[in-house]
Write a protein that binds this ligand. Structure first.
Ligand SMILES: CC(C)(COP(=O)(O)OP(=O)(O)OC[C@H]1O[C@@H](n2cnc3c(N)ncnc32)[C@H](O)[C@@H]1OP(=O)(O)O)[C@@H](O)C(=O)NCCC(=O)NCCS
Length: 184
C-alpha cells in the first residue's frame, strides 16, 4: 500500500482515517462548500461511509483512489479534503477534486493545494496528465486551477446530474511536461 504523507510549505496531505470524519463533514456537510458540487450536503453518517470506502480503496493493488486530509504543515488541524482518482482505463491520468473549510477560503490555500496535488501526482505517482472538472459558475475553482497552471480545456455538456438538474462541467488539465517547464 502506498501511504501518503506530503508536507508542503503551508499545507500537508495525508491519508484520511476515521478520526477525520468530523473535519470532513465540515466541508462535505456544509451548504456553501457544496454549492458547486453535484450533491446535497452530506450527513455525518454519509461522510463516515465515504471515509470507510476510501480506507478500503487505499489498500487496493494497484491503488487508484487517494482521499486525503488537507492539514496545516504540522498535521494537527484538518482544514480540507482532496481527492485524486487514477483512471482504471488510462492509468497515466487522474482526476482531482478538492474542498476547503469555508473559513479558510480566499487566502491562496486552494491554489497551494492544487500545486501540492499536481506535485504529488506527477512526482510521486508518475502520472502524465491530471485533470479537474468544475461547475461553470465556480469562479474561485477556475482561478485557483488557472493560477496553479491547469489549462482550461473545454466544456462537457450535461456532465453531472446535480440536485437542481443536469449541469455542464468545465475541464482543466495539467500535463507533466508543461508542469516541469513551469518549475524551471
Ligand atoms: C475552490 C476552493 C478550493 C478555492 O480555495 P481558496 O483557498 O478560496 O482559493 P484561493 O484563495 O487560492 O483563490 C483562488 C482564486 O480565486 C479567487 N477567489 C477566491 N474566492 C473568490 C470569490 N468568492 N469570488 C471570486 N474570486 C474568488 C482568488 O482571488 C484567487 O484568484 P487569483 O488566483 O487570480 O488571485 C474553495 O473555494 C472551496 O473549497 N470551495 C468549495 C469546494 C469546491 O468548489 N471545490 C472545487 C471543485 S472543482
Amino acid at each position: 500500500m502506498h501511504c501518503v504523507n506530503v508536507v508542503g510549505e503551508r499545507l500537508g496531505l495525508r491519508d484520511v482515517n476515521l478520526s477525520d470524519v468530523d473535519a470532513l463533514h465540515a466541508i462535505y456537510g456544509n451548504r456553501a462548500a457544496t454549492e458547486h458540487l453535484p450533491f446535497n450536503p452530506r450527513s455525518l453518517d454519509e461522510v463516515a461511509g465515504i471515509v470507510e470506502e476510501a480506507m478500503a480503496a487505499a489498500a487496493a493493488e494497484p491503488r487508484r483512489l487517494y482521499l486525503l486530509a488537507v492539514t496545516d504543515p504540522d498535521q494537527h488541524n484538518v482544514i480540507g479534503v482532496a481527492r485524486l482518482h487514477v483512471e482504471a482505463d488510462h492509468p497515466h491520468s487522474a482526476e482531482i477534486g478538492l474542498g476547503l473549510r469555508p473559513d479558510q477560503w480566499g487566502r491562496g490555500i486552494g491554489t497551494d493545494l492544487i500545486r501540492l496535488l499536481l506535485g504529488f501526482g506527477f512526482r510521486s505517482l508518475g502520472l502524465h496528465r491530471i485533470w479537474g472538472a468544475r461547475s461553470p459558475a465556480n469562479i474561485p475553482a477556475q482561478l485557483a486551477m488557472l493560477t496553479a497552471g491547469m489549462i482550461e480545456e473545454g466544456r462537457i455538456r450535461h456532465h453531472v446530474l446535480a440536485p437542481e438538474g443536469w449541469r455542464d462541467s468545465i475541464v482543466h488539465s495539467a500535463i507533466v511536461d508543461e508542469w516541469n517547464s513551469l518549475l524551471l
